[in-house]
Design a protein. Structure first.
Length: 299
């Protein structure tokens, strides 16, 4: 049956498909293996929090998450390791450029798209199974999340916004390089603050994306669309989400933000001590070894 091989994410952002939640955890976790091996449980809880799955859906979601993780483990992780190896070599040579990091960003985005479109058949089945009250659950979850975002990131002064963003960036930089000195932190704070700051822009983008997801789900349910029409609709939605920041009205801001974020990373690399760079090399080596072990695991 493909009655609904429910592959979880038509939720929240739609592009953060299934394993992306796991990979986000990996980015903030010293152990890839630990985060990855908890991925099926984390993903299921996340989906259920949005949809409030019934018992039949719940069983199918668990099955499809497991299948997707197995596919990802067997076909994608060695590629991730190779990508890390390239970054490690660049860092070791001491000649990381803006173009290198821009290319790495594009490589990661491309792999995100692979995950999203790989999940399209299961997303189609799940969308066909969703009931009106579940669509209402998703919409309410979106509303609550947006209200929380407003309180935490918009209804505060500019200095607090800058501090929040800097703190988040430092969590990632400390993971890679270890602790920075106060002098280094001052330099990094300046580079962090140089990034465009427009939390309202990000909220508006979230809301636009959420409205499109809800509209698609309602159209599928109300028009009782078949599988082919539903798949086409979801395919177009994914294309829209991934291509959104290439639109003329958004591209200038987004490109500027990405370039400034890359400059922050380049600043960290430039001011890093030999010991800090060695820490980053060891961290990447550990992740590469984790990817290798996970890829070989035939769970």
């Amino acid at each position: 049956m493909k009655k609904f091989n429910t592959q979880d994410h038509f939720l929240q952002r739609f592009r953060v498909l299934c394993l992306l939640l796991v990979m986000a955890a990996v980015a903030a976790c010293s152990s890839v293996r630990f985060a990855y091996n908890q991925g099926d449980t984390l993903l299921y809880w996340w989906v259920d929090a949005y949809v409030d799955l019934d018992s039949e859906q719940g069983g199918m979601v668990k099955q499809d998450i497991d299948q997707l993780i197995n596919w990802h483990r067997k076909t994608q992780l060695r590629d991730y390791g190779q990508l890390l190896a390239q970054a490690q070599a660049k860092l070791g040579n001491g000649n990381v450029s803006h173009a290198d990091l821009r290319g790495l960003y594009k490589d990661v985005l491309a792999r995100t798209e692979v995950l999203a479109f790989k999940a399209l058949p299961e997303l189609t089945d799940l969308a066909l199974s969703v009931k009106p009250d579940q669509i209402a659950n998703i919409e309410e979850k979106f509303r609550k999340n947006n209200e929380t975002y407003r309180k935490k990131f918009i209804a505060i002064d500019t200095d607090k916004k800058q501090k929040q963003r800097y703190k988040k960036s430092m969590e990632q930089l400390n993971l890679w390089f270890g602790d920075f000195s106060r002098e280094q932190e001052a330099i990094l704070r300046k580079a962090s603050d140089a990034r465009p700051l427009n939390n309202q822009f990000w909220l508006e983008e979230r809301i636009i994306r959420q409205k499109k997801i809800i509209a698609v789900l309602r159209e599928i349910q109300q028009k009782k669309l078949g599988r082919e029409a539903t798949s086409a609709l979801l395919n177009n939605l994914l294309k829209d989400i991934f291509g959104r920041f290439d639109s003329p009205e958004r591209k200038p801001f987004f490109d500027t933000y990405i370039d400034a974020s890359i400059n922050l990373m380049l600043t960290a690399i430039k001011i890093a001590t030999p010991a800090q760079k060695a820490h980053a090399q060891q961290r990447m080596q550990g992740w590469m070894e984790d990817f290798k072990v996970l890829a070989a695991d035939r769970k």
